[in-house]
Design a protein around this ligand. Structure first.
Ligand SMILES: [Zn+2]
Length: 145
């Protein structure tokens, strides 16, 4: 069983990581990142169809995300399991955790510790110090003191 689902689980993790990266690059702060994640998960193939959403619940690290947030209410609707809602919550949390991990390891300003959102080329260039735009400006100002 584990072996059989492995390729699909890898696809899922890749999609989660890609969505997290896009959300950081396309956002300006935590709020817009969260909104971006909502949109991408909501429109995702994993959520739209029944069997992929069942799969998400099988491989997600957050399969209890829906019931943790809402209890059992709504988990069954019209006599059927509400797979889309359960999978949406699980996947959204997976993407949020992935984004948090990227921010913590790759997008933290060395000076003030703030997260840097948006496509910020400086963070991709390892020869330079990882500074947020504010701290980088301060550094330039500091040379005159
Ligand atoms: Zn900074």
């Amino acid at each position: 069983m584990r072996e059989a689902i492995r390729p699909i689980a890898l696809d899922y993790r890749e999609d989660v990581r890609g969505m997290a990266q896009d959300a950081i690059d396309e956002s300006t702060d935590e709020e817009s990142m969260s909104e971006y994640i909502h949109e991408s998960v909501d429109g995702s193939w994993w959520i739209t169809y029944t069997w992929p959403s069942q799969f998400v619940l099988l491989i997600s690290d957050n399969q209890d995300a829906y019931t943790d947030a809402f209890g059992a209410t709504g988990a069954v609707a019209d006599g059927a399991v509400n797979w889309a809602a359960l999978a949406y919550c699980a996947m959204r949390q997976d993407v949020e955790e992935s984004a948090r991990a990227i921010l913590d390891t790759e997008r933290k300003c060395e000076e003030c510790g703030d997260y840097v959102f948006g496509a910020w080329p400086r963070f991709a260039d390892k020869r330079l110090r990882d500074l947020c735009p504010d701290c980088e400006n301060d550094e330039c100002d500091g040379e005159d003191v």
